[in-house]
Design a protein. Structure first.
Length: 188
């Protein structure tokens, strides 16, 4: 897979904060990639309800949502420049009912204990609050790509939602959103 790695991050530890800082630079400097993120962010911002409550972005390290929506609280699992708070998605440091939205871009499938996150999101969101996310999905095409050409694990047949993690970015199951929100919808 190393031929898909950007030259700036080649050979770097994917879990290192320095790699996330370089990815932020790449996302901002590559016009096509920046446009993709802008489209994602604009679609997520449209899902934010009106009214009281803060907006939290989880896993914001390489992104730029704050440039589109300045009132968002941007967070990351480790300290990188431009982050408002360092946190773990399974233990949110916010009061009950204090958030109106939680925004995530390619984060949910990295949460080794997604049930913990869902419980915390439910606790922290006010009535009518939302979790809005952009995530990989499992289809015939994506299974081919994610299984053979992507560096992250993709296990649509996983029997459990949780997985052992090797790090905040290297640990993943790219099929997790599909598993939780489609295959196991009744359990969800």
């Amino acid at each position: 897979m190393s031929w898909f790695v950007h030259p700036l991050t080649k050979g770097l530890d994917i879990d290192a904060p320095e790699t996330t800082i370089l990815r932020r630079r790449i996302v901002r400097e590559k016009a096509f990639l920046r446009r993709v993120y802008e489209e994602w962010y604009l679609s997520l911002v449209c899902e934010i309800p009106q009214g009281e409550g803060a907006i939290l972005e989880i896993g914001a390290g390489a992104g730029f949502l704050k440039g589109i929506r300045p009132d968002v609280i941007v967070s990351e699992y480790f300290l990188v420049p431009g982050i408002d708070v360092v946190l773990d998605g399974g233990s949110l440091p916010f009061a009950d009912g204090s958030l109106k939205a939680i925004i995530m871009t390619n984060v949910f499938h990295h949460l080794p204990q997604p049930g913990d996150f869902l419980r915390e999101a439910s606790r922290c969101l006010r009535s009518g609050g939302v979790v809005a996310m952009i995530e990989p999905w499992s289809s015939r095409w994506s299974r081919l790509i994610y299984t053979h050409f992507h560096h992250e694990p993709f296990h649509p047949d996983a029997q459990q939602w949780s997985f052992d993690t090797t790090g905040p970015l290297s640990g993943a199951n790219g099929a997790l959103p599909w598993i939780v929100f489609w295959r196991d919808r009744a359990l969800f």
